[in-house]
Design a protein. Sequence first.
Length: 100
Amino acid sequence: MLVQRWRNLLGRSMWEFPGGRKGGNRYLVLGLGAGSSEDRVPADREELIAYGPLLSDDGAAWLGTAALIRAAGPAEARALLDPARYAHVEVHNWEFGGRR
């Protein structure tokens, strides 16, 4: 298990996700840094549960982006992050409370 400093740019907790805790598939999407350090919340926020930058231990350096999203499948979840901005993008099944 890896614990990483992270900041949620949505300004709400996962428990406040308007889509609720039931129905649909949910994923943890991790984009590990290589490109720009500027994280902007995507315009289409409706299916975003949480979104924001992964940070170094001291919070000074951008290491990537983490997102929790409700999506039809892993390919749709992966499409949230532009692969040109990241050295590597991972998609993991996720549910409220953690991984399945």
